[in-house]
Structures are given as C-alpha cells and as structure tokens.
Design a protein around this ligand. Structure first.
Ligand SMILES: [Mn+2]
Length: 461
C-alpha cells in the first residue's frame, strides 16, 4: 500500500478510536453488511458503545432516521457521494469510510480515490473498514472483508487486485482463507453437482443450464459417482482433483463446440476463495456463496440478520438467514416464471418488460440479470425491466442489464439511464453493464424512446 494512504488511514483510525457512543450506518448489500460488521466488531473490541443501521440508500428521505441520532455516526460503504446531503441536514459529527467516487475532500473521510486507487476494483467498502481495524491492531476480519470485495464483484476479472490482495494475503497468513484456481461456477459448496450445472448462467451452458436431468446424464457420461456414501448428492467440493479436471475439460469442450467466445470460456476459471473456519458444505464456506446469503438478507429487508452472521452467530440468526435465502430464491424463481410467461417488448436497440407490480422493485434487477444469464432474454440486446416504486406509485423503478460483449460494442447503461431520466423528472445512473433509474410512470414511453436513441449513438461510436 502507498505510504501516504496508509499514514492517512492510521491518522483517521486514531481519531476514530477516541470517540464513544457510535452509530454505524451502512449499505444493505453484501459489501455494506460486511463493512458494518467489521466496524461493529472493532468497536466492541475497543470497549465502545455502538449501534448500527443498514439502509438501502442514503438520500433525502432516509436521512431522517439519523438526523436526531445524537451519536457519532460512522458511515461505511456510503457517505462519499452524500457529503452535500450531510451538510444540508446539518449532520456534523460523522466519519466516512467509503470507496465510491467522492464528491469532495473532507477531513473526516477516507477514500481510496484520492490516492490513485480504483474503488471499483482495488478495494471495497468492507476492505476500507478492514484497513481501519488493522491500523488499530485488529486483523481478524480479513475473511469478512474478502466476502465484501467478492460481493461487489471486484474479482470479476478472475482474481483480486491491489489492496484486495493485501486483505487476501492477511487471511491466508492467518489461516482463515484459502485461494485456489478452479471452476468458478456458483454453488460449489452448497449445491448438488447437477444443480450447480443446471443453475449456471455465467457462462450459460448449452443443453445443461435449466435442465437438471441432462446434467445428471452429462456427469454420468463422464463416469462420475454422483452420490455420497450416505446416499445424498455430492457437491463440487466433494470431487477429487482428477474428477474436477475431467469436468472442467468436458465443460470447456461443450462451450467450444457451441461457439462460445474464448474470453467467456476463460472467465469460467479463476480464483475461488474458501473460508477455512466455516463448516464444509455450507454457503459460508465459499466467498461468493457467503456474499449471496448477505445480499438475500439485504434484498429481503433484514440486513441486520446478515450483520449478526458476519459477527459470528451460527445459531438462531444463521438459521434465519438460511430461511431468508430460501424465500429469496423462491421469489426469484417466481419472477423468472412470470417473465417467461409474459415475454418482452422490443425497441430497436433493446428489449424491455414492465412487471406492473408482479415483481417487487428490490428483486427486479436480479431477476433481469438471471433471465439474461439463462438466455430467457436475448443476449444480443440490453434489457430494461420496470417495477413499481414502492414509496411512490406514480414512479417506476428501472433496472437495466447488459453483458460484456454489448459493453465492448459501446453500450454504457449508466450514461443512458442518467441522460434519459433527468429530462422527465427522474434520476438514474450506474455502471456500463448494470444501471438503474426512476421515472414517472406517465413518461415511460418518452423515456423508452430516449434510451433507444442513446443506445443507437453509443453503438455507432
Ligand atoms: Mn461497496
């Protein structure tokens, strides 16, 4: 780490450690939940009074919950984009530990952007809180910080980089983490092998994705024993090294035969992170699956349960978290079925569907992303999914999704969402590959036409 940055973190941490009676305010995704837990754990260890609050977003509505807090507020995985909002609401007793693009400098803020690091790739919100804890002599949550980084998809190029690498190395040294080069299909710990293949969407496995019976036949053809001694189905982690290689090769050939581009196939293999202190075969044993549990808690509006699991509960909170994950998955399946039945509408440069309240706004983006991965949606076009805005029925929430080959051709969803929502009284933004917006329901069609034009221009350039 650059010395100037580490010095800054140490000064910041020193100031923070002199405070008491704190309120940690964090974001409701896996990165925010892990960041919150690392901070709360640190304050417990320092013997401080601490409370926490996990929010979907910090905006002019939700800020009401903290205006009268009368505590020192520590924002984690948020705050850098809301410094003006804090000023407007006369919130002065706060600290910000964030990795999102900052509005401006502030003496009570640490953010990697000011030191030449990329907050989208080099370090997550949880990673930043980890470094604060580390500066105060507490390195025991490296594995939790790793879950945050993976939750924010900072390993999407097949490995972790830069500051994330320091965290990973700390965990490996401490014996809480193991890193391996392996198949990166989701569910390697907790899903039966045939389901791991059947649910694979990144990449889509022709003939296998969406078809568990075919997957069994495929695996049997490879001569694999699918059941454990107890009679239940094996997961990927039960396979021997030889069997894993055999499976990887077979998948590789399957994709090559289907003319899947080389770079997509390459992405199937990369770093996988095992949390060595967690029980084998549980979601918590794998970095990516752990992050999914936390995201489910956030999406189902019970992020506190996720925080307790990160703090170490493997009893009642963990049982509840598993139940939430099941509910969440059921809702996603129902959403996908609904979408299959309804189909999409087509504009020139993208497809869209309006769920009209049948799919809630907190999962619509996930449903769109999954349907995309499973080829229920046409991968040659970006997709826009509409859901009702729960707080204001006269508004629609828009989730936009694309894929890497569209991004390579020039598509930038975030720019389109921003440019087309503002003129109609909404707001929006985000990444090239995933973005969102809010628009008044009665301006929907104008918004659609605007997006179509912007995509047209993006594809031309
Ligand atoms: Mn984050």
């Amino acid at each position: 780490m650059k010395k100037a940055f580490w010095d800054r973190i140490k000064r910041f941490s020193g100031d923070l450690s002199r405070e008491d009676d704190l309120l940690v305010v964090s974001h409701h995704d896996a990165d925010g939940i892990t960041a919150c837990a690392i901070m709360v754990d640190l304050f417990h260890k320092l013997g401080k009074e601490v409370d926490f609050l996990v929010l979907k977003q910090l905006d002019s509505t939700t800020i009401g919950k903290i205006v009268d807090a009368d505590k020192t507020i520590v924002f984690t995985d948020m705050g850098s984009g809301q410094l003006t909002l804090l000023k407007e609401n006369e919130i002065e007793d706060f600290y910000v530990i964030d990795h999102h693009p900052p509005e401006e400098k502030h003496e009570r803020q640490i953010n990697p952007h000011f030191y030449g690091y990329d907050g989208g790739r080099d370090v997550s919100g949880a990673g930043m809180t980890y470094f604060v804890a580390k500066a105060l002599g507490h390195e025991e949550n490296a594995h939790i910080a790793l879950v945050g980084a993976v939750g924010d998809m900072q390993d999407s190029e097949g490995r972790l980089h830069s500051l994330n690498r320091i965290i990973l190395d700390d965990g490996v040294t401490q014996g809480t983490l193991k890193v391996k080069h392996d198949l990166r299909l989701f569910g390697r710990q907790s899903r039966p092998l045939n389901h791991m293949l059947a649910y694979a969407s990144d990449p889509f496995l022709p003939g296998l994705t969406g078809n568990p019976e075919n997957c069994i036949a495929f695996l049997q053809n490879l001569g694999m024993e699918l059941t454990r001694e107890k009679g239940d189905l094996k997961s990927y982690v039960d396979l021997t090294f030889k069997e894993r290689k055999k499976l990887a090769t077979a998948l590789y050939i399957l994709l090559l035969d289907a003319n899947v581009p080389e770079f997509v196939i390459q992405d199937m293999v990369g770093e996988v992170y095992t949390l060595l202190k967690e029980e084998k075969g549980t979601e918590l044993r794998d970095g990516k699956e752990f992050a999914t549990v936390l995201n489910a808690c956030g999406r189902q509006e019970q992020p506190e349960i996720g925080v307790e699991v990160c703090l170490g509960d493997r009893d009642e909170y963990w049982r509840t978290a598993r139940g939430i994950l099941q509910d969440h998955r059921r809702m996603l399946r129902e959403g996908i079925e609904y979408l299959k039945g309804m189909g999409t509408e087509r504009m020139r440069n993208f497809d869209y569907f309006d769920s009209r309240g049948a799919i809630t706004e907190n999962i619509i983006g996930v449903v769109a992303g999954m349907a995309y991965g499973a080829r229920i949606l046409d991968p040659r076009k970006p997709v826009l999914a509409f859901a009702e805005d729960r707080d204001d029925p006269s508004f629609l929430k828009v989730s936009a999704r694309a894929n890497w080959s569209l991004v390579r051709r020039g598509i930038h969803l975030g720019n389109a969402m921003r440019e087309c929502s503002k003129p109609f009284g909404g707001d929006g933004g985000g990444h090239d590959i995933a973005a969102g917006a809010r628009v008044p329901r009665d301006r929907r069609d104008e918004f659609l036409r605007c997006v179509d034009e912007i995509f047209e221009k993006q594809l031309k350039n």
